[in-house]
Ligand binder design. Structure first.
Ligand SMILES: Nc1ncnc2c1ncn2[C@@H]1O[C@H](COP(=O)(O)OP(=O)(O)O)[C@@H](O)[C@H]1O
Ligand SMILES: [Mg+2]
Length: 366
């Protein structure tokens, strides 16, 4: 029995603004693991980006603060080069990695690249899918290619804006009109996003978004309900029941404040929409997952307009994953508990890894 136990490398924390959320998620995941099946090797990334590797755990930490690995750490503050060599040579022996990081350096493909180089199975989206899911412009192009309906948009880089702002503004006003939504192309959690109702606000919103990214996207404003669907699987991915996010009335839109801090937005699970519409949205969610080459999981977010148009907004390759987050709750409603969700995701990570083992990476040489 003992040798059948898997060691799961739990990676959490991170340089992003969602550091604390990641700690909460890691604590919940650790407590939901069946320790008869899994041992856990904790990898904590500090806010400064330093890695700490703990000792192998046979039971969850009693307290969330232990996750910072201040006392329990087997190996504190190792450089990424050292970490990589430990991973690659099997000294930090893990059977599968479970990244619980959000945003830049977490779900944008960079850490997935590290796992690929170290030849480790890991939960969730691969490098390409993670990067595509992070870049709102690339994501929209893939959605368009798959024939998914979405809102109208424009995008530009910093230098393009500096050289051509007059033409770009004209384009935005002709194509999108006001109000419009201005976003950094590559961030999540509503960071850097604002709504602009006239030219003056547009200029401010664009400058603001450029503080966070070198590429900015502007979208037409969509008056709609926000419907979210969980997708789980690899080639055979399935969709959960849809849920709805109902924003707090005093919030301009579903922003970071409402989402994470005030607890004012409300989740309605399942969403109160008719069965046929729910079915259509579930199909579109799987289609969006496939369009972005998803694996393991994603949460697909839609706008549902008054005339029943279903527009894809985005996919999140590492959706909020505490037991109180939309994604696990959608699956609970669909009949998959938090604990079995973890089993499924680890299994899917191994399947994806195994499927790639017989590929020839030597261009046919030896
Ligand atoms: N084009 C739009 N029209 C209307 N509301 C929008 C639009 N884009 C975004 N929003 C609102 O802003 C929120 C955050 O935008 P989103 O693109 O999902 O960014 P993030 O990646 O930060 O979640 C959405 O959940 C929605 O409430
Ligand atoms: Mg979103």
């Amino acid at each position: 029995m003992g040798q059948d136990k898997l060691t799961v490398g739990l990676v959490y924390g991170g340089k992003s603004g969602e550091h604390e959320v990641s700690l909460q998620t890691a604590f919940a995941v650790m407590n939901a693991f069946n320790f008869n099946k899994y041992d856990v090797l904790p990898f904590y990334i500090t806010k400064q980006g330093e890695w700490r590797v703990g000792s192998k755990l046979h039971a969850p930490f009693a307290d969330l603060t232990h996750l910072r690995l201040e006392k329990e750490a087997g190996d504190t503050s190792i450089a990424i080069q050292q970490l990589f060599s430990k991973l690659a040579t099997g000294q930090a022996a893990v059977d599968v990695v479970f990244p619980l990081l959000h945003g830049t350096y977490g779900e944008d493909g960079t850490i997935q690249g590290l796992f690929e180089m170290a030849d480790l199975p890991y939960v969730g989206a691969g490098v390409l899918s993670s990067a595509a899911g992070m870049d709102k412009v690339v994501m929209k192009k893939l959605f368009a290619d798959a024939g998914l309906e979405q809102c109208k948009y424009c995008y530009f880089t910093g230098p393009q804006w500096e050289r051509n702002s007059h033409t770009l503004i004209q384009g935005i006003e002709d194509k999108l009109g006001y109000p419009c939504f201005v976003k950094p192309a590559n961030l999540g959690s509503s960071v850097g996003i604002s709504k602009a109702s006239n030219r003056d606000e547009l200029l401010k919103a664009v400058d603001y978004a450029f503080r966070y990214d070198l590429k900015v996207i502007v979208e037409e404003f969509v008056q709609a309900r926000e419907i979210e669907v969980g997708v789980l699987g690899n080639d055979d991915a399935e969709a959960s029941v849809p849920g709805e996010v109902v924003s707090s009335s005093d919030s301009e839109y579903y922003d970071y404040q409402a989402k994470y801090l005030d607890g004012k937005s409300q989740m309605v699970i399942p969403a109160t929409i008719d069965t046929e519409l729910a079915e259509r949205i579930r199909e579109l969610a799987v289609k969006a997952f496939k369009a972005t080459e998803g694996s393991g999981l994603c949460r697909a977010d839609f706008f549902l307009t008054a005339d029943q148009s279903i527009l894809i907004n985005e996919v999140n390759t590492m959706p909020g994953f505490t037991p109180f987050s939309m994604y696990p709750l959608l699956w609970r409603e669909t009949g998959v508990s938090y604990e079995s969700l973890l089993d499924r995701l680890i299994d899917l990570a191994q399947q994806r890894y195994d499927a790639r083992q017989n590929l020839d990476f030597n261009n046919g040489v030896n």
